[in-house]
Design a protein around this ligand. Structure first.
Ligand SMILES: *Cc1c(COP(=O)(O)O)cnc(C)c1O
Length: 404
């Protein structure tokens, strides 16, 4: 029992939470009670799910499920160690070889998550005398990796090539290494990074080029090979990061590049060295997922069909789906920009009551004044579900004043 005389040193957190509550942006976690699917049960309520990253419906694909079960039966539930000590199983190597072949690169290393892949890689390849030139809207894991590296961070305006050029020019005579980094698809706006122009810049300044393809893996490019394939800039991106947690349906992140890059990361990437590797079931699931990407291209086609329909209809209803003071989405991520944080959360809560899960996203995940409901289409939403969701969005949009 704590003694009555000791004041709680964490009491200031309660104050900060109260601040969020008074601003209307405090949230409780919604709890999923069945499978991650287009229609599922959160907090006891059946809803149409517009919030997951399960682009291709692979979280419940029978082949992936079976692969996970078979690997568990054969190899147990855990790897028992970090990769460099005793936790590299044959199935981990098989997955990495599979991804490297899929991406047409020399080698690949898998991390526990996309976050770990970015943070671990950026911090390993740079040091304090180096420079990282980073898009303003890059993912938090890139920002954290940059901070951990202690390199000097130069942020360029979102997708602004002239600004990126100016930033690179400003340090071109410095002795440190330069690293240019962009998301392939930006996670909150759904727009695509300008890879060909960024590759030109990286070549002009002899900078290392990294692309984080978390939201592009399984979505863009042939069979979901990502933005490098979409733009055909093969061989011009030194480090490709991807995730196994979104379209791939399971969990993990990966880095693709030369054999030496991967070998170096084995020796220096801290999440690789200091955190246990995936359970064999996860590796087996991901191997099966890459097989599905090659065997069932119709899933990606359906994803894009649904995406085109969804964007068109949301626009017709009069929602701001980006493009005005915010980037215009080009992918299955379609934000409904509301602006005000509290109104966004009210809109989201009211939608939920009507049977639609559209999660409100506010500051600091997006800039102040650009709060939104981020919708993400999947290949598995049916026409009927989409029609129903649109009716609810219209009704609640009018009721809350988001639509007028
Ligand atoms: C989701 C995301 C990540 C993190 O991936 P996880 O596998 O979920 O850790 C990294 N980068 C971007 C751009 C993302 O959207």
């Amino acid at each position: 029992m704590p003694t009555a005389t000791r004041a709680n040193p964490l009491s200031y957190l309660t104050g900060q939470l109260n601040d969020l509550k008074s601003k209307g942006t405090h949230f409780r976690l919604r709890v999923l009670e069945d499978e991650q699917a287009p229609v599922c049960t959160f907090d006891g309520k059946k809803v149409i799910n517009l919030a997951s990253n399960n682009y291709l419906g692979l979280t419940t694909h029978p082949k992936l499920r079976e692969a996970a079960l078979a690997a568990t039966r054969k190899y147990g539930v855990g790897s028992g160690a970090v990769r460099t000590i005793a936790g590299t199983m044959k199935i981990h190597m098989e997955l990495e070889e599979k991804i490297a072949r899929f991406k047409n690169v020399e080698a690949c290393v898998v991390f526990q998550s996309g976050f770990a892949a970015n943070a671990g890689t950026v911090s390993a390849v740079l040091g304090k005398d180096d420079f990282i030139i980073s898009d303003q809207l890059n993912h938090a894991s890139i920002i954290d990796g940059a901070r951990l590296s202690r390199a000097k961070i130069l942020v360029f305006e979102h997708k602004n090539i002239a600004d990126a050029d100016a930033k690179l020019a400003s340090v071109q005579h410095e002795p440190g290494k330069k690293l240019l980094i962009s998301d392939g698809v930006f996670s909150m706006d759904g727009d695509i990074g300008p890879l060909p122009a960024l590759c030109d810049l990286a070549e002009k300044y002899a900078a290392i080029m990294i692309v984080d393809d978390a939201h592009a893996s399984g979505v863009l490019g042939r069979n979901g090979r990502g933005t490098i394939d979409h733009f055909n800039v093969h061989g011009r991106v030194d480090i490709q990061v991807g995730t196994l947690s979104k379209a791939i349906g399971a969990l993990g992140g990966y880095v693709c590049g030369t054999r030496d890059l991967i070998d170096f990361l084995y020796h220096r990437a801290r999440p690789f060295l200091f955190s246990t590797s995936h359970p064999p079931s996860v590796a087996a699931t991901c191997i099966a997922a890459f097989e599905v990407l090659e065997q069932e291209p119709e899933r990606i086609q359906k994803l894009w069909e649904n995406t085109r329909f969804w964007k068109k209809e949301l626009g017709l209803l009069g929602f701001n789906i980006g493009g005005v003071n915010t980037p215009a989405s080009e992918t299955p991520i379609t934000p409904i920009i509301v602006g005000d944080g509290k109104l966004t959360m009210d809109f989201s809560r009211e939608l939920f009551k009507q049977g639609v899960l559209g999660t409100g996203i506010t500051y600091p995940t997006v800039p102040e004044g650009k709060a939104r409901i981020r919708t993400i289409m999947t290949a598995t939403h049916t026409q009927d579900e989409l029609d129903q969701a649109l009716r609810m969005l219209k009704k609640v949009g009018q009721q809350t004043g988001v639509l007028n």
